[in-house]
Design a protein around this ligand. Sequence first.
Ligand code: BES
Ligand code: MN
Ligand code: ZN
Length: 509
Amino acid sequence: MTALTLSTAAVAGQRADAIVVGVAKGAEGPVVAPGAETVDQAYDGRLAATLQTLGASGVEGEVTKLPAPSGFKAPVVVAVGLGAEPEKDGAYSAESLRRAAGSAARALAGSKKAVFALPVADAADLGAVAEGALLGAYSFDTYKENGKNAKGGKNGKAPLGEVALLGGKPRDKAHKAAVDRAVAVAEELNRARDLINTPPNDLNPAAFADIAQSAAKEHGLKVQVLDEKALTKGGYGGILGVGAGSASAPRLVKLSYTNSKADKHLAFVGKGITYDSGGISLKPAGHNETMKCDMSGAAAVFAAVVAAARLGLEVNVTGWLALAENMPSGSATRPGDVLRMYSGKTVEVLNTDAEGRLVLADALWAASQENPDAIVDVATLTGAMMLALGSRTFGIMSNDDDFRTAVHETAQEVGEEAWPMPLPEHLRKGMDSPTADIANMGERMGGGLVAGLFLKEFVGEGITWAHLDIAGPAFNEQGPFGYTPKGGTGSAVRTLVRLAEQTAAGDLG
Ligand code: BES
Ligand code: MN
Ligand code: ZN
């Protein structure tokens, strides 16, 4: 993982591969952002004009490299676009700093060290730059034969090795805390990305559970793993039904972080389908290739619980990972089968590809038995949510309007794009089954909301609950942008961590 330090040394004397400065899009061309004053002076105040000559405008994500001014120890200056210049006296948003730092870190892959001189006004800005840089520097090369290609040359570039941040005060408590927080969150988020990117032949439910177990040990969490025997004994018909077709048996993992000063308890529940082939209702070709990402919800929950522990938050957080592989075989659940769920309700499985709601139903009911103050589930649940919101925004549904609004505000605060979605009661009757209490499919229209309504039936009476459908943003199939890489993104991790922080501070519910 990329190392991160705070530096107060003069920029000219910094021994590094590059100095990163910010450039904003002003009304009349690029504008050099605060933090880069000394760099600009060393160019005789001509940095903005030079950038304009090179065709730079300061738009978000733009990266321009230029030779460093004479007298600088670093050879290159990297000017990264921050987007529109803030109004007079306004500040750059934390998210624009996070994205710019991420774009710069990505552009510097292959370099050993870079110094970031971005506009940092306070501790929160410092944390945002740190987070953006560490998230942008991510790469997944576990399967790249030590980064070598067939000819023995380098295949990919190693991620930026070290980030030195300017503009912070290393002895200031708030600054130090902001950086420590950014490091913990980014490291755990990057670990979630690693899990998502790991191919499904290596990450089956048992392997995921093992990883959770060793992380629990490392961070002093309590962990309980229910294997197929325990699931059968406990009557977890949803998780067992989804896993029935796979040679790799399902697991339910419970991770508990407790803090002696806590008076609130949050439960996070994650969909952990390590591979979703659709089962007997097999997905058509073209829809299978990225389905290793179907455990992104469980990865996010896992990362958030570990981050909460690392940060020592004064709140109890329980993470539930509902792990199964959805495969077709002679032992698989058939369309038409009826499952008896952990809650006692029966479900007629009309489509084995609507499996996420089945594993979540058991985990939501299990989480409900502890009567937490709130439950938040995270799932790559429906293609319909992607159709509705696109590939960068997750949907938020809830049984409580105020809580849904609170979760949405939290997501916005940490820079995750999300949008509130309704749970219209009239869609419930589409899931009426002639045989069982409910079917696992309803009307096609509003498919994301139908799935949400299904989940709602498995939340304990009176418990505040929100459901995040991250099917769109969990896995980036397009090119990288800002601090978001191709592949697993770590969607919802930062929202969950912030929810835990707010709950600890008594600012939520
Ligand atoms: N894992 C998929 C949803 C999904 C699709 C996630 C694309 C990410 C990208 C889920 O299990 C699924 O197959 N949902 C079905 C439900 C339908 C059968 C009611 C869907 O959305 O088509
Ligand atoms: Mn499916
Ligand atoms: Zn799925």
